[in-house]
Ligand binder design. Structure first.
Ligand code: SF4
Length: 244
């Protein structure tokens, strides 16, 4: 739908060079204005080339959020859902925005016919930390409220608990609080992942924020995220801690 993301998460790996998103990642948003036309062609069952059966169509992305601010104007995600409904496919939506509630009418109809899942991603449930690291997204408290409404509408919901931010949102207490609040809001599953920091644009952007807001952690970050690790995975020591 889009490339670039106004949610502007400090840790977003969409900034990494390998994704080829040029310009200011959070401001220069590319809009795929022919997405509806292309998807309509792909989903048309009368065509010879068929999609796999029994698979979910995923509405979300690694270098954008389908419900970021510009969606209010272009409504590409809403139009996509209408096509998914028309062709009777199941859908899995992943977002950090409560704007998804705008489309609850369609999501409910899809769920009745073929199944819909709505997932929210969290790095914590702390609104203050989120303002620093996810300044353009809906606050975690708003995401929890949205999750509750999705659940009350009879739709499966869960969380992508990623990335947990090392040293900042990864204490046992914080993680228990996140899991408890999400469970109380209706989350039925958790998909967990630690944070990657690929050397280059992604790491530089993130570390500039650490230098300003958490300078005391700079040294430990440099120890856990080595510049010669091109995939940006944290040290074995940190991974052992966080997965435990
Ligand atoms: S919402 Fe997702 S795609 Fe958008 S900036 Fe945050 S991590 Fe990146």
């Amino acid at each position: 739908m889009y490339r670039g993301c106004s949610h502007d998460c400090a840790y977003c790996d969409g900034r990494a060079e390998g994704y080829y998103v040029e310009g200011d990642f959070s401001k220069d948003i590319t809009v795929k204005i022919n997405a509806e036309e292309l998807l309509n062609r792909e989903l048309d069952r009368s065509r010879k080339r068929k999609l796999m059966s029994n698979c979910f169509i995923t509405l979300g992305g690694g270098v954008s959020d389908a419900y970021q601010h510009i969606e209010k104007k272009y409504e590409l995600s809403r139009k996509t859902l209408l096509l998914i409904e028309k062709y009777n496919w199941p859908v899995h939506i992943l977002t950090k925005s409560d704007l998804v509630l705008r489309d609850l009418d369609i999501i409910k109809r899809i769920n009745e016919k073929s199944k819909a899942i709505v997932s929210f991603s969290f790095s914590s449930v702390d609104d203050e930390i989120s303002k620093t690291f996810e300044p353009g997204s809906s606050l975690p408290s708003k995401r929890l409220e949205a999750m509750k409404k999705i659940k009350e509408a009879g739709i499966t919901t869960g969380i992508f608990y990623m990335p947990v931010i090392p040293l900042i949102t990864d204490s046992k207490k914080q993680m228990e609080e996140t899991l408890n609040k999400c469970k109380n809001a209706g989350a039925e599953f958790v998909i967990f992942g630690s944070m990657t920091l690929k050397p280059g644009r992604q790491k530089e952007y993130f570390m500039n924020i650490i230098k300003v807001h958490y300078p005391m952690y700079v040294e430990r970050y440099n120890k856990h995220y080595l510049d010669n690790n091109k995939y940006g995975v944290p040290s074995h020591e940190y991974r052992a801690y966080i997965h435990k």
